[in-house]
Design a protein around this ligand. Structure first.
Ligand code: ATP
Length: 791
């Protein structure tokens, strides 16, 4: 038999063997799905009757089975993608694996271990190992120099349920057989993955995680981990896999507190949102900084310079001063007229009330109660004297205090000195009143900076629009102001009358129902003497609260997450960092970003600068060095721009070449860009045209007129369209098959961080890159060749 034919046969034989194994795995998966489906049907068939406890248990089981079923469906694609063979006598000790359905991971291992998206077993053998399990680690990390006890790493490529390719790394190179040589080609799986067409949504990379990435993914949970890496090094995708890994390994701790993943903009969140469910994780909240404050949607845009002032760390002091400025306690006596009587609060009484409030160390709204009580006591004693009463006891004092509290003249005097404030009221008051602003910023901000904070008062009936950089300030204010008693909120005009009535009615109805059930339960169980029905109802209310951890966390400003991941972290201002750190008091976080890509002037110059106030230098840094997105030809263009950002900055090494040299084209008018984009779009894949913000509308009009299905501006459509026109800010973190950068000189000139923006723009393409310009090209791009006439 000739040599090639023998190789072919060996390959076919291996393929057939793997196919048989993979078919068995899918059979097992189908059986599990069927079993879970029946369990779910069984629970649902019981209907909504029975005691409250029965219903609550049924709900819990139904949710659990439904989630399990969803997880089993999410792993259909590439269920099994790899195998590791251990050297003789080096079979691993299989540890108890967390997070699996009971029975699924049990049994002994013989021979090879198959690695996949979840763990599967048949009661006797472990058929498939979850990629996050410790024994799966050699699949990602073993090298010929450090083989970790394995002799072979095999990648399986599947289409549907069919095995279509095998790709081996042999780590024990001294003992190759002929059959081994036939399947040997270690990099094929990775190359196939990174050269595939982009779909507009990020995919998981469980099959091809590289060793340096695996180190980040499996790094210890505690402490702050910084992942620095140039464009395309997989920072985002690695951060998402880290979330999945941590939830798997520390499920108890994290499922209760949840994981927060912060991204730069909503389009980016949509780009990544499918990665986690496909990894089987649901206790994760994806958010931008602008969405962090419950009840506020940051929709307004503002100039970079304004955002930079609002993001400055000095604003923490400004907000504190703004709060203090609203506590206006006079230094002279204050008279309050009640009908024909005048009561007087002496200066020393006022001062003592303020001092007591301040000693309480409570936030403003709660300290108000201390202040008010002190003054009301003083007024009540005076009032008692006027009424001819002598010494009064505590009960009488309390009655008089409550009487006075409702007097309009008393209320208005108290509110003038120490008003209840929401964070929104505080901030609007600050931005719209020159006096308040002066009191808060004097000596801290320059005149020009102060002017940037000023805004016109809202027109009557008009709403107030918040910007993303207002959100950390609202958060800061909320921390200093504290909550307002719910009763006060309800009594005030802040909640619309009907809304309040409707909410109360439905709450009352629900509570009555719960109480009736609780009584029923207590009677049936003979526990009525020992347990109060109201208390039992309240306990059930907590248990039957069917919100997910992520939903509860999203609605609660003071939620402490079990883990926080910050992507594109270089964009966060110092004030935003304060808001983020408040959400993770345990400081268990991964901070992912690239200092060279910083777009905002409020952004940092180094990770130490960002984190020093919180970690005192105790954070650990991992660097990712290989670019999986941008081919070498494109990266060498971007590298030139890197020199404009800072000396000594290095671009990551590209893992491949695309064979398509980047080009430039001078246009007489931006309108010509339409035809050019159309001819690029024909070449295949998804195209992005990245434009300076000031020209985005003009470029958008030209491209959407010429390319069918093209979309201008960010949003979900931009991810799905064959061509999208975006600003660089909106393209942050995204990638496209082809990119045209419009007017690079304008991108450079548009902001103080223009070079970083251009760097980001030039590194978004996975295959083809072009640059178009009507004026001169920046010198750093002038060596680009003209666009080939025929493409
Ligand atoms: N090990 C891998 N296997 C397959 N694809 C990978 C791997 N690592 C990264 N990629 C792919 O490379 C691309 C870039 O990854 P990602 O967006 O996470 O990079 P990034 O470092 O966040 O980039 P940027 O800073 O430019 O936003 C993605 O398509 C990702 O799926």
């Amino acid at each position: 038999m000739s040599q090639p034919t023998r190789h072919l046969d060996a390959r076919e034989r291996e393929l057939a063997k793997e196919q048989a194994y993979v078919t068995r795995l899918y059979d097992r998966l189908d059986a599990l799905r069927e079993h879970t489906r029946r369990q779910l049907d069984g629970v649902l068939a019981q209907g909504g009757g029975g005691t409250m406890q029965n219903r609550s248990e049924r709900d819990t089981f139904a949710t659990m089975y439904a989630e399990r079923l969803a997880r089993l469906w999410a792993v259909e694609h590439a269920l099994c993608f790899g195998r590791i063979d251990h050297a003789e006598g080096a079979s691993p000790a299989l540890e108890e694996l967390p997070g699996e359905a009971p029975g699924e991971e049990q049994g002994e291992v013989t021979g090879s271990l198959y690695i996949g998206r979840i763990g599967l077993g048949d009661g006797e053998r472990r058929l498939l190992i979850d990629w996050r399990a410790p024994v799966a680690q050699p699949f990602y990390r073993a090298t010929p120099a450090a083989p970790m006890g394995i002799t072979r790493r095999r990648h399986l490529q599947t289409r549907g349920r069919r095995v279509v390719g095998i790709d081996d790394d042999l780590l024990d190179v001294d003992n190759l057989t002929d059959d081994d040589v036939a399947t040997l080609n270690g990099e094929a799986a990775l190359l196939a993955s990174i050269t595939a067409d982009r779909t507009g949504r990020m995919r998981d990379i469980v099959a091809t995680i590289q060793a340096e990435q695996d180190r980040v993914i499996r790094s210890a949970l505690d402490g702050v981990l910084v992942v620095q890496g140039g464009p395309g090094t997989g920072k985002t995708v690695v951060a998402l896999h880290r979330a999945a890994y941590l939830l798997y390994t520390h499920r108890e701790r994290l499922a209760r507190r949840g994981v927060l993943i912060l991204g730069p903009n909503p389009t980016f969140l949509r780009y990544i949102e499918q990665v986690l469910p496909s990894l089987g994780e649901t206790d994760v909240l994806l958010s931008t900084v602008g969405e962090l404050y419950p009840g506020v949607r940051a929709t307004a845009k503002e100039p970079d310079a304004v955002a930079a002032v609002k993001g400055d760390a000095k604003l923490a002091k400004v907000i504190a001063r703004a709060v203090a400025d609203r506590q206006r306690v006079p230094r002279k006596p204050l008279s309050i007229t009640l009908g024909s009587h005048t009561l007087t609060l002496e200066a020393r009484t006022l001062e003592a009330g303020a001092a007591r409030a301040s000693r309480s160390r409570r936030p403003h709204n709660q300290a108000r109660a201390v202040f008010v009580r002190h003054l009301l006591n003083a007024l009540a004693r005076q009032w008692a004297k006027r009424l001819g009463k002598g010494v009064i006891d505590d009960e009488e004092l309390a009655d008089l205090r409550e009487e006075l509290r409702t007097e309009p003249a008393v209320r208005s005097a108290l509110n003038r000195m120490w008003p209840y404030l929401t964070p929104q009221q505080l901030l609007i008051g600050l931005y719209t009143s020159p006096e308040r602003l002066e009191a808060a910023v004097g000596g801290l901000l320059s005149r020009a900076e102060r002017a940037l904070l000023t805004r016109a008062a809202p027109r009557a009936g008009g709403g107030w629009e918040w910007t993303e950089s207002d959100v950390p300030l609202l958060d800061e204010a909320a921390e200093l102001l504290g909550d307002i008693d719910e009763q006060v909120l309800r009594a005030s005009a802040w909640m619309a009358e009907e809304e309040r009535a409707a909410a109360q009615a439905s709450r009352r109805e629900e509570q009555d129902r719960e109480l009736a059930y609780a009584r029923e339960v207590l009677e049936l169980t003979g526990m009525a003497d020992v347990l109060d029905a109201e208390r039992l109802a309240a306990r059930h209310r907590e248990e039957t609260d069917d919100l997910t951890t992520a939903e509860r966390a999203a609605a609660d400003r003071t939620w402490a997450f079990g883990y926080v991941i910050v992507d594109e972290a270089q964009e966060l201002s110092p004030m935003a960092w304060r808001a983020v750190m408040r959400r993770c008091p345990a400081k268990a976080m991964t901070v992912v970003g690239d200092i060279a890509q910083t777009a905002t002037s409020a952004g940092p110059a180094s990770w130490d600068e960002v984190l020093a106030p919180y970690t005192q230098g105790r954070h650990r840094v991992e660097t990712l060095s290989v670019n999986y997105r941008t081919p070498a030809e494109l990266m060498s263009v971007a590298e030139g721009v890197l020199t404009l950002i800072g000396p000594g900055l290095r671009a990551p090494r590209s893992v491949r070449e695309s064979g398509a040299p980047p080009w430039r084209q001078r246009l007489g008018d931006l309108a010509e860009l339409g035809a050019l984009a159309a001819s690029e779009a024909v070449a295949g894949g998804r195209l992005a045209v990245l434009a300076p913000a000031a020209l985005a509308a003009e470029v958008g009009a030209a491209v959407t007129a010429a390319v069918t299905g093209a979309v201008a501006g960010p949003g979900p459509d931009a991810l799905d369209a064959p061509a999208a026109v975006l600003t660089v800010a909106d393209a942050k973190g995204l990638e496209f098959d082809a990119v045209i950068v419009a007017e690079p000189a304008a991108i450079l000139a548009e902001s103080p961080r223009g070079a970083s923006d251009l760097y980001v723009a030039l590194t978004r393409a996975t295959r083809r890159l072009g640059v178009v310009h009507t004026g001169d090209l920046p010198p750093v791009l002038s060596a680009l060749p003209d666009r080939p006439a025929l493409r």
